[in-house]
Design a protein. Structure first.
Length: 223
């Protein structure tokens, strides 16, 4: 019998405790994105994240040709990981349903010990949209932020022509926090809706997220 080969996540969790952080909801499991997840993530990205005529992202990264999209995606996640430091962090959660990777849910904090503010962003593969997964995975990280990290504010935003994202925010209790204008593609000016959520306004689900591996992350997350 061949010896068990430990995954990158298993091997590095003692040194990078974010790899041990896990959130569980009724349908989903969220774990910090590790190199073990990247091949499946790339396949999900190549399968499509939005309709070709739409662009939900401030940086139109999905429009790169495949020969650029793949290395760009890898570089982005490696660079973001290298910039994570105590009190200034971004957690990209790989979201799985029944073991299959369906999307990515970000939770980030800048100067978190002082501001106690988190920022969220997310995307789902096309095949997994329209079934409430986006709401469930954002509700999971908001419960983590408010109930475990003691955040006092969550911020998000979406373009005015992205009703799906705005709808998720409305379901969870976000309120408008002003509009601005952004360049989405070269020469394309788009209205952008800023959103804010405070714990008292959070519209909670009838389930509570299960959180494991958080205490080992205290030094990095500074909560």
């Amino acid at each position: 019998m061949e010896p068990h080969r430990r995954s990158t996540r298993e091997s590095l969790t003692p040194y990078w405790p974010l790899y041990g952080l896990r959130l569980t909801t009724p349908r989903l499991e969220l774990t910090t994105l590790a190199d073990d997840d990247l091949p499946e993530l790339i396949e999900l990205v190549l399968g499509g994240v939005h309709a070709p005529e739409r662009m939900p992202f401030a940086v139109p990264w999905t429009e790169a040709p495949p020969e650029d999209l793949v290395p760009n995606t890898l570089r982005f996640h490696w660079q973001e990981r290298s910039g994570t430091a105590p009190g200034n962090w971004r957690i990209p959660f790989a979201v799985r349903r029944a073991g299959t990777l369906v999307g990515l849910q970000d939770l980030g904090g800048r100067d978190f010990p002082l501001l106690r503010t988190v920022h969220t962003g997310s995307w789902l593969g096309l095949a997994h949209q329209g079934s409430g997964i986006g709401t469930e995975m954002r509700a999971a990280v908001l419960q983590l932020a408010f109930d475990h990290l003691h955040a006092v504010r969550a911020e998000s935003g979406a373009f005015a022509d992205n009703p799906a994202s705005l709808g998720v925010s409305a379901k969870l209790g976000y309120r408008p926090n002003g509009m601005d204008r952004q360049q989405r593609r070269p020469g394309e000016l788009v209205a952008h809706q800023r959103l804010v959520l405070e714990p008292a306004d959070f519209r909670r689900s009838d389930w509570t997220v299960a959180v494991s591996g958080l205490e080992a992350c205290r030094g990095l997350l500074q909560y």
